[in-house]
Design a binder for this molecule. Structure first.
Ligand SMILES: [Zn+2]
Length: 111
C-alpha cells in the first residue's frame, strides 16, 4: 500500500489540534505544541507497554504534563438532586476543584 501523500497532519488531526476552542466552544489558550504533547501522552498511555522504553516515556511525560499543566477549566453546575456537586475540571489533566458557597473554587471538598 502506498503512503498517503495527499493529506497532511492537519487533515488527519483530531479537533483538539484544529481549533482554539474547547469542546464547549469557549476560547482555549493552550498552545498547539502543548496540545500535541497531551495527544502523545494519551496515545502512549493506551499503547505503550509498562516497563518498556515507551512505557517509561509515557510515565515521565504524564508526570511532566500534570506537574506543569496550565489548567483550562470546564465548569459543571450541578442541578438539585445531582450526585456530583458543582465543580470545575481541567480539560487537559482532569484536576477538579469544587465550588464553594461564595462562588470560588478550591481543591478541598467543603460541602
Ligand atoms: Zn490541568
Amino acid at each position: 500500500m502506498a503512503a498517503d501523500t495527499t493529506t497532511t497532519w492537519r487533515d488527519r488531526a483530531p479537533i483538539m489540534l484544529q481549533t482554539d476552542a474547547d469542546p464547549d466552544g469557549q476560547p482555549c489558550a493552550t498552545p498547539v505544541d502543548r496540545r500535541w504533547l497531551w495527544r502523545l501522552e494519551s496515545a502512549l498511555a493506551i499503547s505503550a507497554r509498562s516497563g518498556s522504553v515507551l512505557g517509561d516515556l509515557s510515565r515521565d511525560l504524564s508526570q511532566y504534563l500534570n506537574e506543569s499543566c496550565e489548567h483550562h477549566w470546564r465548569v459543571y453546575d450541578a442541578d438539585p438532586g445531582d450526585d456530583i456537586a458543582s465543580h470545575r475540571q481541567c480539560l487537559w489533566c482532569s484536576f477538579p476543584e469544587w465550588k464553594n458557597a461564595d462562588g470560588s473554587y478550591s481543591a478541598d471538598v467543603t460541602a
